[in-house]
Design a protein around this ligand. Sequence first.
Ligand code: FCB
Length: 449
Amino acid sequence: MKTYQLPQDSRLSQPDFVFGVATSSYQIEGAAKEGGRTPSIWDTFCALPGAVHNGENGDIACDHYHLWKQDIEMIHGLGVDAYRLSIAWPRIFPHEGELNPQGLNFYQNIIDECHAKGMKVYVTLYHWDLPQYLQDRGGWLNRETAYKFAEYAEVVSAHFGDQIDVYTTLNEPFVASFLGYRWGIHAPGIKGEREGLLAAHHMLLGHGLAMPLLRRNAPKSQHGIVFNASPSYPLSEKDQAAADYSEAEGYHWFMDPVLKGEYPALVLERQASNLPMILDGDLAIIHAPVDYVGINYYTRHVCCFDENGDIKNVEQSQAEHTFIGWEVYPQGLTDLLVRIHQRYTNMPPMLITENGSAGDDCVIDGEVNDEQRTRYFQSHLLAVDEAIRQGVNVTGYFAWSLMDNFEWAYGYEQRFGIVHVDYQTQKRTLKQSAIAYRNMLLERAEENK
Ligand code: FCB
């Protein structure tokens, strides 16, 4: 497949539909000890025996800290409208209250280079690399961290203002709080029901506190938040309640406070003994208006309750899976977007801020034939198109990821890039999926001339 096909009158073919590629700071930058950066919770977590596949870490990653210029050239070569990246908080504030000009400069260069090439810049403030010095005081278990996040958002937005076209407060508060503070499989590796819910509340509070500051400092930019979400389906007819509960904890718990100013009743009831301290006024802060909602979609869940009454995700052994073990289910993206659209009144536009597929790709004769990923993008683009036809307002799509990178607890084994990275030489090679993306965007540009 040399290009992705879209139906004739697709909204995705219009010039104002934003196509991009996404990355995050810890996953690509490397230079962990350069430019004044101090450790984040991910540097610490990676050093724990058994925490990350093969004991790997982000010390070097894609060495993007040094190769940023050629990487942006490569992004531009794909013909995308926008680049989604994240800022490493410990580069901006390596020590409590100490602003680091080298950190600001690094991102200033990237922003300038993208703009010089006509690409918009989408910046996430928190893609999981919390400064370790804040974790030493409890991290997201400490309510103070929400206020520290707001200060950081204030400083970054005061500095960059409208130069950042689209601001995102948090990337996937579900993953950051539940995998990090509830199940202990991400940094900082804490396990506890209460801890997970408490961290989640403080992250959302940080988001809400930051929103008015971002608006004041960057009035022409757009401001919002990114959620991961998977639609859940009942294993059999009698499992509908399990599927409902799975969605309630999986994304209503995070989206409802932002979009409705309340937590979902299903979770409040079931988690009654684990609930965080929610102060008067917290939900009003979290409910600050957002200009868009970013959705990260990879797969669906099929569930039932197990013998202890816990949610069990049941693997669909007949279905196609990617290398990481996630089912390929494009229909889930249509269903998810329609469900979200129906759940929230006055829903702001949605963007697909991440979507992609993992492989164990290798370069053969200078080429990477990532046939499965290419099919994955094709079918998921059609799934977005279908949701739009059903009335959902989707305004953009970002492929995860620009290039292979440090895939958190999976280390470097799982490759999500549309560009292959040889970690020995740092050579980048466009995979077939990237070439198809580029060709689609070239064709669109031709048609819209
Ligand atoms: C998402 C993360 C992103 C990447 C993809 C595969 O949960 O936002 O950093 O790890 O999954």
